[in-house]
Ligand binder design. Structure first.
Ligand code: GLN
Length: 237
C-alpha cells in the first residue's frame, strides 16, 4: 500500500505531533482507510464522524441523495423519512439537511453505529432506534420515503474485497447472505411506505427488481454512480 502525496498531506494536517503522524502512516501503509484513521469523512455537503463500527461513507452512496432530490424537488416538503441500516447516519442526515422541514427515524442493528449516528445528527429531528431491519418494531407509523443502503455483498465474496473494506468496514454492514440479496427480500416485505430508494451492488439490478415485483412493488427508475454503475433503484407501492 503506498500513500499518495495528497493522503500524506491530509494525515500531516490531522496529526497532532510527529509520533501520531508516524502511527497514522503505519496504519495507512497496512491498508486502513484515511477516514478511519482520522475519524471523519466528507459526504454530500457534510463531514461525518466515522469509526470501525460504521461503513466508511462512499461517494457512490451520494447517488441515493441525488435520486431522492430528483424525485421530490420541493425542498420545503415536510417529508417523513425512514433509514434502514443507517450506519454513520450520512444518508438520512444529508437528506434532512436538504429538506429543512423533514424529520425521520433511523434504524441500525448496531448500538455502536447508532452512537456515532447520533453524534453526527446533532440537533436534527431524527429518532434513532436499535433494531434488525429484517424484524422491525411495530408502530413505527408510515413514512413518505424509505431509504436503505443494506449489506449487499454475497457472503463468499467478502474475502475477495479490498483490505480497506474487509478489514475496516464492519462485516454487519457488508454481508448480504449467500447471494447478497437477503436484505432486499426483507425490504420487499415493507408496508410502511409507498416510496422506497435502495442502494444496490454492481449487477444486482435485475434480481432485486424481480424480488420487489413479487411483492407488488413497481420499479420506477434507476440512477448510476459516478463510475457508471447502476447504484440506486426506486420502487413504488
Ligand atoms: N459499497 C460497499 C462496497 O462496495 C458495500 C456496502 C454494502 O454492502 N452496502 O464494498
Amino acid at each position: 500500500m503506498s500513500l499518495s502525496r495528497l493522503e500524506l498531506d491530509w494525515l500531516k494536517q490531522e496529526a497532532k505531533d510527529e509520533t501520531e503522524l508516524k502511527n497514522f502512516i503505519q496504519r495507512a501503509n497496512v491498508g486502513e482507510p484515511i477516514a478511519k484513521i482520522i475519524g471523519h469523512k466528507g459526504f454530500w455537503k457534510g463531514d461525518f464522524i466515522v469509526s470501525e463500527d460504521v461503513l466508511d461513507p462512499r461517494p457512490d452512496s451520494e447517488t441515493l441523495i441525488e435520486a431522492v432530490l430528483a424525485t421530490f424537488p420541493n425542498k420545503n416538503m415536510p417529508l417523513r423519512f425512514l433509514d434502514l441500516g443507517t450506519g454513520s447516519g450520512c444518508l438520512i442526515i444529508s437528506l434532512l439537511q436538504e429538506y429543512p422541514n423533514a424529520h425521520g427515524v433511523a434504524i441500525d442493528v448496531s448500538q455502536k453505529a447508532l452512537s456515532i449516528a447520533r453524534q453526527n445528527a446533532q440537533d436534527l429531528p431524527i429518532d434513532f432506534i436499535q433494531a434488525d431491519m429484517r424484524d422491525l418494531p411495530k408502530k413505527l407509523g408510515k413514512f413518505d420515503v424509505v431509504i436503505s443502503n443494506p449489506p449487499y455483498i454475497p457472503h463468499q465474496d467478502i474475502e475477495t474485497l479490498d483490505v480497506a473494506v474487509k478489514n475496516y468496514d464492519p462485516i454487519l454492514a457488508l454481508d448480504g447472505g449467500e447471494d447478497g440479496l437477503d436484505f432486499y427480500r426483507a425490504l420487499s416485505q415493507l408496508t410502511l411506505t409507498k416510496n422506497l430508494f435502495a442502494e444496490i451492488g454492481q449487477g444486482q439490478e435485475q434480481s432485486i427488481i424481480d424480488i420487489m415485483q413479487k411483492q407488488n412493488w413497481t420499479y420506477q427508475k434507476s440512477w448510476k454512480d459516478l463510475g457508471g454503475i447502476t447504484r440506486v433503484l426506486y420502487f413504488k407501492n
